[in-house]
Write a protein that binds this ligand. Structure first.
Ligand code: SF4
Ligand code: SF4
Length: 430
């Protein structure tokens, strides 16, 4: 029996033989793989997972063991950067998950949860606003402190573990800014469009506002187009490509004909998915060319700012900063120097590189929720490397990494502040 949210659409999504055949089983990717580094198991390495995908492609059944190994993958794409044969592992694992989603029999509770989150919540600003308001009431009223203080979370089991990962709601939500245009400060040099995200409108509203301010300071007129919505990255990672295609078409329509020099995002995970709209819609004759054009204009906000003449009128910030590469920026988009270049442009800021900065922090979309134990093991190692730098600020370029690293600081850190690169620039401009 198939998962009822996505039966017919994803039957055509599965790993392509030509992609599988590119792997020569050399094993050079193994040490770049966080799950292999923790478990030391071939079947939880990129090479092992590709081997298993090959077995399924050859007719082996999709059984619980296969599903487990594929779902334990972070889809961080660290293996892609390490691979000398150009294996596009991200594409493979997304297709493998789509194939699994088409045949997996999931428990009814999980099925309902998937349908609610992917089919309704992420696609509905109204629902996110209501839930965001409730979350804010819970967090700001003192109820959260009470629940945590009295130890109720332990009684709730898994639900209690998840509560601790809930991001803070930040009213007023950024949904109110969608449809607006923000003028450039001084002479207009660029006209850019901002992808505001989905959950980010609720939980990273201040980051979105800081992004607009930093762009304005750099001569950008910033449009936040109406009609935009969730980028579909989480859907693709969950094996729901057809849902993602619907969202991609909606975004392509929303950003059409704006005369934008670039379309920007401050979320590396979203950016990687948005840059891949061309591949996602390659089988859609109406949208294929438009998807490629959209993807061609897509930039991470750090990538864009590092490519233009930066406004250097900043006040000094006396901070020591280390940078955590967001996987979907470093591995997914091959953007590594731009965020570092921006940090180094801030006067007074001392930059310290951390060991293995491009190894995943364990966030990986909703991985830290659905694979919490592995995620926490990966995070512990990450924090050891952060602590070694002696930095008092951890900068990164993806909201999901920010939340994960904040949890890391609480559990294993030394009181570091965790921020987006753009937030440091915003402070320096004020
Ligand atoms: S995507 Fe990340 S977790 Fe998955 S196999 Fe590659 S390196 Fe390992
Ligand atoms: S994915 Fe690349 S690096 Fe890893 S085993 Fe295959 S060819 Fe080698």
């Amino acid at each position: 029996m198939a998962d009822s949210t996505n039966v017919s659409e994803i039957a055509r999504d599965k790993p392509r033989q030509a992609d599988l055949d590119r792997c020569v089983h050399c094993g050079l990717c193994l040490n770049a793989c966080p799950t292999y580094r923790v478990l030391g198991l071939e079947m939880d390495s990129p090479r092992g997972r590709i081997y298993q995908m090959g077995q399924v492609a050859a007719g082996a059944p999709i059984g619980p063991s296969y599903i487990e190994h594929i779902e334990l993958c972070l889809a961080c794409r660290g293996c892609e950067s390490a691979c000398p044969s150009g294996v596009e592992y991200g594409r493979l694992v997304e297709a493998a998950r789509a194939e699994i989603a088409a045949v997996a029999v999931r428990p009814p509770g999980e099925r309902r949860m998937r349908r609610f989150v992917f089919g309704h919540l992420l696609q509905s600003p109204a629902l996110m606003t209501v839930l965001g308001a409730l979350l804010y009431l819970y967090q700001a009223s003192g109820l959260q402190k009470l629940v945590r203080g009295l130890g109720f979370l332990k009684l709730l089991g898994r639900l209690g573990e998840l509560e601790q990962l809930a991001p803070p709601a930040e009213p007023p939500f950024f949904f109110g800014k969608i449809g607006k245009t923000f003028p450039a400060e001084g002479q207009r040099r660029y006209r850019v469009a901002l992808m505001a995200g989905c959950i980010a409108n609720v939980c990273f509203a201040r980051l979105n506002e800081a992004t607009v301010r930093v762009l304005q300071k750099n001569g950008c007129e910033v449009v936040v187009p109406d009609g935009q919505g969730c980028c579909g990255a989480l859907h693709v990672h969950a094996g729901l490509p057809e849902e993602a295609r619907g969202l991609a078409r909606r975004n392509i329509d929303a950003f059409a004909d704006g005369g934008y020099d670039a379309i920007l995002t401050n979320a590396a995970g979203c950016g990687a998915a948005l840059k891949e709209y061309g591949g996602l819609l390659e089988g859609d004759p109406q949208y294929a060319a438009r998807a490629r054009e959209f993807a061609g204009r897509m930039r991470d906000v750090t990538e864009f700012l590092a490519s233009i003449e930066l406004n250097r009128k900043m006040k000094p910030l006396a901070v020591t900063v280390t940078y955590q590469d967001s996987c979907h920026l470093a591995h997914g988009q091959r953007v590594r120097t731009a965020p570092r270049k921006l940090l180094e442009a801030v006067p007074g800021l001392t930059f310290r590189e951390m060991p293995l900065s491009d190894l995943c922090c364990g966030s990986a979309g909703i991985y830290n929720v659905v694979q919490n134990r592995m995620s926490m093991q990966i995070l512990e190692t990450k924090m050891e490397n952060v602590n070694r730098t002696g930095a008092d600020v951890i900068a990164t370029a993806n909201p999901g990494c920010i939340l994960q690293l904040r949890a890391g600081v609480t559990l294993h850190g030394t009181g570091q502040r965790v921020v987006h690169v753009i937030e440091l620039l915003d402070e320096a401009y004020q």
